[in-house]
Design a protein around this ligand. Structure first.
Ligand SMILES: Nc1nc2c(ncn2[C@@H]2O[C@H](COP(=O)(O)OP(=O)(O)OP(=O)(O)O)[C@@H](O)[C@H]2O)c(=O)[nH]1
Ligand SMILES: [Mg+2]
Length: 363
C-alpha cells in the first residue's frame, strides 16, 4: 500500500516536472521566434529577399503557425504519453493508463483499441519490453495511420472544378470557402463562389464579405430561394464565363437532418446536370472542438450524400485535434485542409507527415 502510494506520489511529481519542463520549453521557443523576427526586421534592406507586398500583416511561417495551431493537442496527447515513457516493464496498469491517455486525446474508442492491440501483440511476442518502447510504437502507429499518400484534391479534366462544402452549422464552411477562394485567386485562378445557404440573410452577407476580401465573384439569390437554383445558375455561369474553380457554400441548419441531407443531395444532382463530373469533391467541414461528434458527423454525411474529403477547422483552439487520427483511421477518407485561425491565411493544406512529426517532435 505504502509502496503504491509512494509510487503514485513519485509519478505525480514526475508529471509536475514534465509539465514545468514543457512550459519552460514553450517559453523558450516563443522567445526564440520573437528573437528571429526581431533579427529579420533589423536585416539591411538589400540583404532581404524581395517579396510581394501582403495586404494583411505579415503572415507567420507556415510551419511555426501550424505547430502553434496544434500545440494544445500536442500537450494533451504527447504530454500524457511522455508521463508513461519509463523503463518499467509493460503491465496491465500501464496499458490502462495508455488507453486513458489516447482516449483523452480524442482518438476515439476504435482507434484506441487498435493501438492498444498492436502494443499488446508486440509485448506478448517480446518484440517490445519496456513502457518507453511501447510509447515509441504508439508514435509509429499513429504516423502510419495518418499517412495516406497523395494529398491533392481532384481536379476537372477540363472546364470548371466544383467543390461542395457541407457540414453542420457553425463548423466553419463559409470561412473555409473564403480562405480557399483567396488561395486559388492568389494562384492565378478564376474563382466563383455560390451562396447556397439561402436560409439566413446573414449567411449570404457573410459570404459576400469573404468574396470581397478574397477578390472573387459570387452568385447569390434571394433569401429563402431554392439553394439548388443558386447551384444551377452558378454552374452555368462557371461554364459560360470560363471559371477555373466553383466553390459552393451550403446551409448547416435545416429543420431536420433528413431535410438537410435531401437538400444537399438535390444540389449535387443539379450541379451534375450541368457539369457531369461535378461536384469533383463534396467536402465535409468538421470543427475539431467537437471531438468524437466529428466521427459521428463523418459517418452521417458519408452515408447520406457521399464524401470525398474533410476539412478540419479550429485546430488552434482545441486539445481535441487527436480526433483527426481517429477519423483517418476509421474512414477511408483524406483530410485536405486544416483551419488554424480566423484570418484569411489561417487555412493550410493538411500534411499527415507534418502533423505526426509536429506532434512528436521534442520541444
Ligand atoms: N479559431 C478559429 N475559428 C474559426 C476557424 N474556422 C472558422 N472559425 C470561426 O467559426 C465561426 C463559424 O464559422 P462559419 O464559417 O460561419 O461556419 P459555417 O459552417 O459557415 O456556419 P453556418 O453557416 O451557420 O452553418 C466563425 O466565427 C469563424 O470565424 C478556425 O480554423 N479557427
Ligand atoms: Mg455558413
Amino acid at each position: 500500500m505504502l509502496f503504491n502510494k509512494k509510487k503514485k506520489e513519485a509519478k505525480k511529481e514526475e508529471k509536475e516536472k514534465q509539465k514545468q519542463f514543457e512550459e519552460k520549453s514553450r517559453e523558450i521557443s516563443e522567445q526564440l521566434a520573437r528573437a528571429e523576427r526581431d533579427l529579420k526586421e533589423k536585416e539591411p534592406v538589400l540583404e532581404k529577399e524581395i517579396v510581394a507586398p501582403v495586404s494583411e500583416k505579415e503572415p507567420e511561417g507556415f510551419f511555426s503557425k501550424f505547430r502553434k495551431g496544434i500545440s494544445k493537442t500536442k500537450r494533451m496527447l504527447v504530454g500524457g504519453l511522455m508521463d508513461l515513457a519509463v523503463e518499467d516493464p509493460i503491465d496491465d496498469d500501464f496499458l490502462d493508463d495508455l488507453e486513458d491517455s489516447l482516449l483523452a486525446a480524442d482518438l476515439g474508442a476504435n482507434t484506441t483499441a487498435k493501438v492498444i492491440e498492436i502494443i499488446e501483440k508486440q509485448a506478448d511476442k517480446k518484440e517490445i519490453e519496456s513502457q518507453s518502447q511501447a510509447v515509441n510504437l504508439v508514435k509509429d502507429t499513429i504516423s502510419t495511420i495518418l499517412d495516406k499518400g497523395n494529398q491533392d484534391l481532384p481536379l476537372a479534366e477540363s472546364g470548371p472544378t466544383v467543390y461542395l462544402f457541407v457540414g453542420v452549422n457553425g463548423v466553419g464552411k463559409t470561412t473555409s470557402i473564403g480562405k480557399i477562394a483567396a488561395q486559388y485567386k492568389n494562384a492565378g485562378k478564376k474563382v466563383l463562389v455560390a451562396a447556397g445557404d439561402t436560409f439566413r440573410a446573414a449567411a449570404i452577407e457573410q459570404l459576400d464579405e469573404w468574396c470581397k476580401r478574397a477578390g472573387v465573384d459570387i452568385v447569390k439569390k434571394d433569401i429563402n430561394s431554392d439553394p439548388s437554383a443558386t447551384m444551377y445558375e452558378a454552374a452555368r455561369k462557371a461554364i459560360d464565363e470560363n471559371y477555373d474553380i466553383l466553390l459552393c457554400d451550403t446551409s448547416g441548419r435545416l429543420h431536420t437532418k433528413k431535410n438537410l441531407m435531401d437538400e444537399l443531395y438535390k444540389m449535387q444532382k443539379v450541379l451534375k446536370k450541368i457539369i457531369p463530373a461535378a461536384p469533383h469533391a463534396s467536402l465535409l467541414v468538421l470543427d475539431a472542438n467537437t471531438g468524437q461528434n466529428a466521427i459521428m458527423q463523418t459517418r452521417e454525411f458519408s452515408a447520406h450524400i457521399g464524401l470525398d474529403g474533410l476539412i478540419v477547422t479550429k485546430l488552434d483552439g482545441t486539445a481535441k485535434g487527436g480526433v483527426i487520427i481517429g477519423i483517418v483511421n476509421e474512414f477511408d477518407i483524406m483530410v485536405y485542409y486544416v483551419g488554424i485561425g480566423e484570418g484569411i491565411n489561417d487555412l493550410q493544406p493538411f500534411s499527415a507527415r507534418l502533423f505526426a512529426e509536429s506532434l512528436f517532435e521534442q520541444a
